[in-house]
Ligand binder design. Sequence first.
Ligand SMILES: NC(=O)c1ccc[n+]([C@@H]2O[C@H](COP(=O)([O-])OP(=O)(O)OC[C@H]3O[C@@H](n4cnc5c(N)ncnc54)[C@H](OP(=O)(O)O)[C@@H]3O)[C@@H](O)[C@H]2O)c1
Length: 351
Amino acid sequence: MEQKKVALVVGARGVIGTNLVEHLESLPDWRVIGLSRRGGVDTARVRHVAVDLLDPDDTRLKLSGLTDVTHVFYVAYQDRPSWAELVPPNLAMLVNVVDAIEPVARGLRHVSLMQGYKVYGAHLGPFKTPAREDDPPHLPPEFNVDQQQFLEQRAAAGTWEWSALRPSVVGGVALGNPMNLAVGIAVYASISKQLGVPLRFPGKPGAYDSLLEMTDAGLLAKATVWAATSPAAANQAFNITNGDLFRWNELWPKLARWFGLEVAPPLQMSLATVMSGKEGLWKELQATHGLAATPYADVSSWPFADFVFGWDYDFFADGSKARRAGFHEYVDTEAMFLTIFETLRRQRIIP
Ligand SMILES: NC(=O)c1ccc[n+]([C@@H]2O[C@H](COP(=O)([O-])OP(=O)(O)OC[C@H]3O[C@@H](n4cnc5c(N)ncnc54)[C@H](OP(=O)(O)O)[C@@H]3O)[C@@H](O)[C@H]2O)c1
């Protein structure tokens, strides 16, 4: 029987980390240690450690006993208001983890890095689509690129390999995350329903018609583990996508239907503005429907939703490199959204 692998999931409470921990927990040959500031509830195969990764001393102290880690899955993230400000904390956290774990985990085999389409400049404006892994770089600042360069250098001097995953916007169930589009749509729709108004697409006019793709958090988890354990994927980056494309003009009415809502023509508005001050309404909605007492702040990734709904340009990458290397899973994006909404309903987060 294969030796047990020990995963260190760095950022275990994020939208990506939560789903990665769940996936690893479902695999018989893994044990999991999850890192985050808030910690979590341990299970038979998952142990949570609360640590501030921005603090090198705390990181070294808390990671000093984790001698049996074989794979690091880096999915932590520190939000900042500008692209330049994202670089120092996000690079520092990765450096602090590698500095702390490398000397103690003598059996370390792999460090996996979660990236995104920012590598392609997708956040800056219209970019070349489909984006490919070997597209030429753009000017800094870009923390994903700095993180990858750091890993490449450290891996070259070490005894472990690396891989990097580049998902599109990620769809998954998690709370308290600055970037969670599906939860944002679910709460926006639930409040629209409570107020008796139709569901309007709030993005830029052109964004309703542009071509997009998403990445399901469960699919991403499988791809992440595949890349970290497949020799064919070592020391490379991979776009990971659901495998289908969509336009909001087709998908939006289908999402509205799930909530029992009519669709009215798009109306550009900032969700960060119109959804602020709706905490009282959220509490009312929770009381009316006997929902869990989820804090409004935990479901309010409005600036991120505004960002995504502002893309009046095509937003997709070529996912074929991962397929050629052996990863063949796909997810239907409409089904992904509806499954997330159903889970949120089952968990009594939305009515
Ligand atoms: N979400 C998306 O749609 C998306 C799409 C493409 C790419 N990505 C990329 O994927 C990566 C992860 O994103 P995400 O959306 O999953 O992030 P997230 O939901 O914000 O999760 C971040 C994780 O990092 C932990 N963390 C943050 N600061 C920490 C600190 N100082 N010490 C310890 N833990 C800390 C958080 O837990 P605590 O808050 O408890 O510390 C949380 O577990 C990012 O690089 C992001 O750019 C995300």
